[in-house]
Design a protein around this ligand. Structure first.
Ligand code: PMP
Length: 370
């Protein structure tokens, strides 16, 4: 580790929370309830599989290094020029690349205490300094959500990047369009504001608004999206960003030429054509989330407001024993100790069967673990 650069020396490798492969072997896929990674239990549009099958004929060829077809489809969907789009091996890759390209030693990067974990990683990997803003109060209307005023106050003359996720992971919280506009107006134009919208397709709160409609007016605003959540393609690893053409052009200098593989490009293009499937998955998620929130609240738990496919849940005590007991019953949730929330667990919203099995296991465990 002594040979690593200063930023990397303090880092730990990605912790998936659990060895899922071992759990699948132990419990079998039918028994295991995997609600730890915010995946889409309904899967992608069936058009994805068909598109991938067609790609099997050309596995010996490199994919289109520019991802032109998929970018054109995305440009049409969002009503922007193709030169505003960039594809990544998951939006994770794009967040890391943003850090690499725009931050560096001697600069700093601003984000919220309970912002998405990759924000810290991207900052440290770039050798930049983290400027962590306090979140909104836990007993307020949007508990532990992004405090946009605190984020603005954290900006210094050395700030190059500011990350916000809307809605945010792991809190599930969000901020509205008016707050977003007021915020963007006040960020100095030399600071790049990255709005991570991994869960945007699922957000249906009346006040929610995507930052996509703001990028033409504000060339310092970058929006990242993903095919991993609402589109149900987490296994293929595709994300994208939308930004000013000049900003995209600079990032293209560091992008690996074939960062998105051929089957993934084809599948993403295919699922974009199936709006009905996307709407179905989002509607079922919203229904199941509401039912799960009610069930958890009925058990006296603290349930944070969510516009995503997961809910953050407070247990009013150390959650690790509860989490361990659930794991022994084949129910995988995400521990939050690493996020500084040791009394919480993050629960992905599953399908009705998964949620029922989660609640049954939770009832046993809450009874037993005291
Ligand atoms: N942003 C947020 C807020 C997320 O929750 C996730 C996935 N957990 C990502 C980005 C990264 O997703 P992916 O790399 O699969 O696109």
């Amino acid at each position: 580790a002594a040979r690593a650069s200063a930023g990397v020396r303090g880092l730990k490798a990605y912790d998936p929370g659990h060895d899922l492969v071992a759990f699948r072997r132990r419990f079998g896929n039918d028994v295991l309830v995997e609600l730890g990674s915010n995946e889409n239990p309904y899967g992608p549009s069936p058009r994805a599989a068909a598109a991938i099958m067609a790609q099997l004929e050309v596995l010996h060829r490199y994919p289109d290094p520019l991802g032109g077809d998929l970018k054109r489809a995305l440009a049409a969907k969002h009503g922007v020029g193709v030169d505003r789009l960039m594809l990544g091996n998951g939006s994770h890759e794009l967040l890391m690349l943003l850090g690499q390209v725009f931050a560096g030693p001697g600069t700093d990067v601003v984000f919220s205490r309970h912002g998405f974990a990759v924000f810290a990683l991207a900052t440290q990997a770039a050798g930049a300094t983290m400027r962590i803003a306090a979140p909104l109060p836990r007993d307020g209307a949007m508990p532990l959500g992004h405090d946009l005023d605190a984020l603005l106050e954290a900006i210094t003359a050395d700030t190059r990047l500011l990350f916000v996720a809307n809605p945010n992971n792991p809190t599930g919280t969000w901020f509205g369009g008016e707050a977003l506009d007021a915020f963007i107006e006040r960020v100095p134009p030399e600071v790049i504001v990255v709005v991570d919208e991994a869960y945007a397709e699922m957000a249906d709160a009346p006040d929610y608004a995507s930052a996509l409609g703001r990028i033409e007016r504000h060339p310092n605003v970058v929006v990242t999206r993903t095919f991993s959540k609402a589109y149900g393609l987490a296994g293929l690893r595709v994300g994208y960003l939308v930004a000013a053409p000049g900003l995209v052009a600079v990032m293209e200098r560091l992008r690996e030429s074939f960062n998105v593989n051929g089957p993934a490009l084809a599948a993403c293009e295919a699922v974009l054509d199936d709006e009905a499937h996307l709407r179905m998955a989002c509607r079922r998620n919203a229904e199941q989330r509401e039912a799960l929130v009610d069930a958890l609240k009925a058990r006296g738990l603290e349930v944070f407001p969510s516009q995503t496919n997961f809910v953050l849940v407070g247990f009013g005590r150390e959650a690790a024993p509860i989490e361990r007991a659930l794991t022994d019953r084949g129910v995988i949730l995400r521990p939050m100790g690493g996020y500084g929330l040791p009394d919480c667990l993050r629960i992905s919203v599953g399908n009705p069967d998964e949620n029922a099995r989660l609640l049954a296991a939770l009832d046993e465990v809450l009874h037993e673990v005291r």
